[in-house]
Ligand binder design. Structure first.
Ligand code: B12
Ligand code: SF4
Length: 495
């Protein structure tokens, strides 16, 4: 059987990092880990090919050559998904769709031949058995969440890892919290399910053997969801693994702010090679935190919590949301100030939206305030519900926030103050050897930002200040310069 695995395209958004990827000669930011996992669950005798449409075009010949096309997607890929499904239908190729977009909105894709929903570790096997008997149904629903200790290692060999800026790996699924706007718990549950230490090390070793050196992102919903196990098992083993190989990777992940309460955990993470963490801060307005059920953020000095994580040597990237019912009119100013004062360089500020499968979607439905589907891009100024604040006030305030954090002046200032603070938190661990793409990125950034850019003075100031005062942070500073270029391009109409 010939199976083609397709990861549809997505538009150029904050997360796409297109302008930054061009400078470092990468084609996509991260690999489609869901599809790589699905590939590992397919019969070993099958002939597999993967097309990530961010990396290469999907050709008619690829489709014509396939007996089955497996498609994985998240909401932002909806338009491309429809095009791929239509092409398959025209060419009479059977499609099997799965992943978060189809699991949350299966009824939106009547063109898909088979919808194999939920986690593939549960639903793929029954589908394959029925298929072998010629009796495959249209829809397969998961009746449980699998123990991921039995999940096979993702088939990284199906991609060229060097096409990507970051390599992804997963340790756990699920999150113990229950934020109203988030569909993670409806997709992956509240119970934190982890892989075994040997599984994680095996996957890391696979990436290592394929020649990857650079950033490895643990895609967990909340990496510290099971702190005890992390401290006892995974982190000590990771430290040993990384030390033995002289820290080939710079690790990063997503987690909740209560990391700041545990100095031992922060120390272990840093020793294991973690360089950065993405934290959902969401809002500085206490009533809005209570409204959305972000209990771990309530009643705490968020600025101080961020500073503690940074002081432990971990860079903080963060997500913010504007548009809660309880947001006051000065929320825009509050959030801009917080981002400036905290020195969070990568701040993803989005407008609140209510995806299907969330408690928020249910509540707004009951209140008669739901309008459309989410677009999947929370920075495109769309809102799929009727907000409490006047809509145009909300959108123009939101644009002001983007302007105040991503215009060249405030952005370079924030990078400068962050690097100063970060430099004081002590020497960083080696973060893998310098790659060809790093060097290429630096030369291209010199050309695009240092010679042609409108803000070249700021660029050169950052360049020389870091080179002479904090040389150990030089490559980080250059990465930020490149990110800034991307953010200014993505938000150019607002700046
Ligand atoms: C890494 C990641 C990203 C990466 C990119 C990933 C990539 N390959 O391009 C980045 C950081 C860029 C990203 C960005 C965004 N992301 Co994202 N992301 C994730 C994250 C954290 C991990 C994805 C992953 O690798 N998971 C591990 C694999 C093993 O799980 P999986 O993909 O779900 O696959 C399993 C099943 O779904 C199923 N399956 C998957 N595909 C298929 C296919 C078939 C045929 C079958 C049978 C089964 C199947 O089997 C797999 C094994 O169990 C998930 C959360 C999560 N826990 O998955 C969110 C998630 C996918 N992202 C999400 C969103 C909303 C976004 C953003 C829009 C964020 C935002 N709010 O702005 C942006 C948009 C991207 C863009 N380019 O503009 C949502 C999607 C919701 C939805 N219903 O579609 C998720 C679920 C998180 C969430 N709830 O907020 N994301
Ligand atoms: S902590 Fe993060 S992953 Fe967990 S429910 Fe809240 S937003 Fe979702």
């Amino acid at each position: 059987m010939k199976a083609l695995l397709v990861y549809p395209d997505y538009p150029d958004t904050f997360w796409g990092f297109r302008s930054a990827l061009q400078l470092v000669d990468k084609k996509a930011s991260e690999p489609p880990l869901g599809l790589l996992t699905v590939a590992a669950l397919l019969p070993t005798e099958w002939d597999l090919k993967l097309v990530d449409m961010k990396v290469k075009d999907l050709k008619d010949a690829d489709l014509a050559d396939a007996d089955l096309v497996f498609i994985s997607a998240m909401s932002i890929q909806r338009d491309s998904v429809v095009m791929v499904l239509d092409r398959c239908q025209e060419m009479d190729v059977t499609t099997v769709a799965g992943g978060p977009l189809f699991t949350t909105c299966p009824e939106d894709f009547p063109q898909a031949d088979h919808l194999v929903l939920g986690e593939a570790e549960v639903t793929l096997e029954p589908f394959l058995q029925d298929l072998a008997r010629g009796e495959a149904r249209r829809v397969y629903l998961a009746d449980r969440q699998p123990v991921i200790k039995h999940s096979p290692p993702p088939r990284y060999d199906l991609i060229d890892i060097h096409d990507y800026a970051t390599m992804d790996l997963q340790y756990s699924r699920g999150c113990p919290f229950d934020c109203e706007f988030c569909d993670i718990t409806s997709l992956f549950g509240h119970r934190v399910r982890t892989k075994s230490v040997s599984q994680v090390l095996h996957e890391l070793q696979n990436i290592y053997l394929l020649g990857w050196r650079g950033t490895v992102f643990f895609v967990d919903d909340n990496f510290i969801g099971d702190m005890a196990r992390l401290k006892q098992d995974l982190l000590p083993a990771l430290i040993e693994f990384m030390k033995a190989r002289d820290y080939p990777f710079g690790l990063s992940t997503q987690l909740s702010i209560n990391l700041a309460d545990d100095p031992e955990l922060m120390l272990l993470m840093r020793e294991a090679g973690f360089a950065g963490v993405f934290v959902g801060i969401e809002t500085t307005n206490e009533d809005s935190l209570i409204e959305c059920g972000k209990s771990q953020n309530e009643g705490r000095d968020l600025l101080e919590s961020v500073a503690r994580i940074q002081a432990a040597g971990l860079e903080v990237k963060a997500g913010f949301i504007i548009g809660f019912d309880n947001d006051p009119l000065d929320v825009f100013e509050q959030i801009s100030r917080f981002i400036r004062d905290s020195g969070i360089v990568t701040a993803m500020v989005g407008l609140l939206n209510a995806p299907r499968g969330t408690r928020l979607h249910q509540r707004l439905g009951k209140e008669g305030r739901l309008l459309d589907e989410v677009t999947g891009d929370n920075t495109d100024c769309s809102l799929n519900f009727e907000p409490k604040m006047n809509r145009s006030t909300l959108i123009s305030g939101y644009k002001q926030v983007l302007n105040s954090i991503y215009s060249a002046g405030p952005y370079y200032d924030r990078v400068g103050s962050f690097l100063k603070r970060f430099g004081e938190s002590g020497p960083r661990l080696p973060l893998g050897s310098i790659q060809r793409s790093d060097i290429l990125g630096m030369f291209r950034s010199i050309k695009v930002l240092g010679l042609q850019g409108r803000d070249r003075r700021r660029y050169w100031r950052l360049f020389f200040e870091t080179l002479f005062l904090r040389p150990q942070l030089f490559s980080l500073a250059m990465t930020y310069a490149v990110y800034g270029h991307h953010f200014r391009n993505v938000y150019k109409e607002y700046l």
